[in-house]
Design a protein. Structure first.
Length: 351
């Protein structure tokens, strides 16, 4: 007969803990549950434990799965410490480095590290633990957190995502992984694949974030460049739909132009841009700006030139300082509206 300890260990081995079930995390957890069940076939059922200080987010995901997937066990943990005691796979999707530090390594509050060091888990259970932080945060800070977790014998990877809320919902994210060994990457890959169309090993710890930061700096620059080009075209007397179509079949084409065109009355076939919904939802200006700041600090650390990156960060910062939450909380393509309706009328302060 199996001892209580063995039963506890095997339950933990089949449990995924998800920390941060907000706009991205809620959808990602949903894909984990649904696709995980499809993949498992007749294999042992996976349990889920969620943790988020926002009770509304927790209530919403738990009620959804009790209704849609009543056969799937989903529980709520009071804090990351308790979640770690119950889960060998831990995934987090939280806003900033301070939150990641609090969740993983805080010594003042119940954290993942406090659970790993509590003496409650066996060395085998600790070695079987893999943590994946999918938040977009500073590389150096992320690496320091992962190193502290790995000192206990557990594994940790950085696994930031690209694809936004839409990609999180559809399970089509690109996930960029930084891992201290190929083994850690291979261990993290199966659950990550359930939320993504591509999971790529980018290199050592921090490399996933390096790739994410470079990509998102490009994204901010190309959105601003497209917005300026569209405004210039308008002032030169061009029809904006014609110019948009030309850009999308010419060398100026980008994700911003093909998928998230910033001018409200321009229609690009197959896309549903935020500009058509008053710039609601999408990739918020405050997040686009956060990623530009991450690029600036990464570039400073390695002394890499960033002329357009710096300028783009300044433009987004100025726009949000002047327009407040109304712009910060809308899709970053709203920079076109700001250039068109505020800057060119001379009512904006210089960038
Ligand atoms: P969000 O604010 O909607 O969700 C974050 C969740 O984390 C919230 O529910 C919050 O309560 C929770 N949280 C905060 N502190 C916590 C803690 N100590 N313990 C547990 N949970 C905690 O944010 P989001 O849009 O889901 O973004 C999350 C991360 O994903 C950010 O790093 C963001 O930059 C990145 N990201 C977002 C997008 C996007 O389009 N929204 C795209 C790519 C990457």
């Amino acid at each position: 007969m199996r001892s209580t300890l063995q039963l506890f260990a095997s339950a933990r081995q089949n449990t995924i803990g998800f920390i941060g079930v907000g706009r991205m995390g809620g959808h990602m957890l949903n894909n984990l549950i649904i696709r995980g069940r499809e993949r498992r076939g007749d294999g042992p059922a996976t349990r889920y434990v969620v943790c988020d200080p926002d009770d509304r987010c927790v209530k919403s995901v738990v009620e959804r799965h009790q209704k849609e997937n009543p056969d799937v066990e989903i529980q709520v943990a009071k804090n990351p410490h308790d979640l770690t005691l119950e889960s060998s796979t831990i995934i987090s999707m939280i806003p900033k480095l301070v939150h990641v530090q609090k969740v993983y390594t805080s010594s003042d509050s119940p954290s993942v590290l406090s659970a790993l060091k509590s003496g409650t888990l066996s060395p085998e259970e600790i070695a079987a633990t893999i943590c994946m932080d999918e938040s977009t945060i500073e590389m150096e800070g992320s690496r320091a957190v992962a190193q502290q977790i790995e000192q206990t014998g557990a594994g940790m990877v950085d696994a930031p995502v690209s694809g936004g809320v839409y990609g999180a919902e559809k399970g089509t994210l690109t996930i960029m992984v930084g891992a201290s060994s190929k083994d850690k990457f291979e261990k993290a890959k199966p659950p990550l694949e359930l939320m993504a169309k591509r999971v790529i090993h980018c290199g050592d710890l921090g490399a996933g974030l390096a790739a994410k930061i470079c990509n998102n700096m490009m994204l901010g620059i190309s959105m601003l460049g497209l917005s300026e080009a569209m405004l210039l075209g308008k002032k030169l007397g061009l029809d904006q739909q014609i110019l948009g179509d030309i850009i999308n079949t010419s060398t100026g084409q980008s994700w911003a132009s093909s998928t998230n065109f910033p001018v409200p009355h321009v229609t690009i076939s197959g896309s549903s841009p935020a500009a058509h919904r008053g710039y609601a939802d999408g990739f918020l200006s405050q997040l686009a700006h956060k990623d530009l700041v991450l690029a600036l600090s990464a570039a400073k650390a390695v002394d890499s030139p960033l002329f357009t990156g710096e300028l783009t960060e300044r433009v987004y910062r100025t726009m949000m300082e002047q327009q407040g939450d109304e712009y910060a909380g809308r899709d970053f393509s709203i920079v076109y509206k700001w250039l068109d309706e505020v800057v060119q009328k001379g009512s904006a302060k210089p960038v």
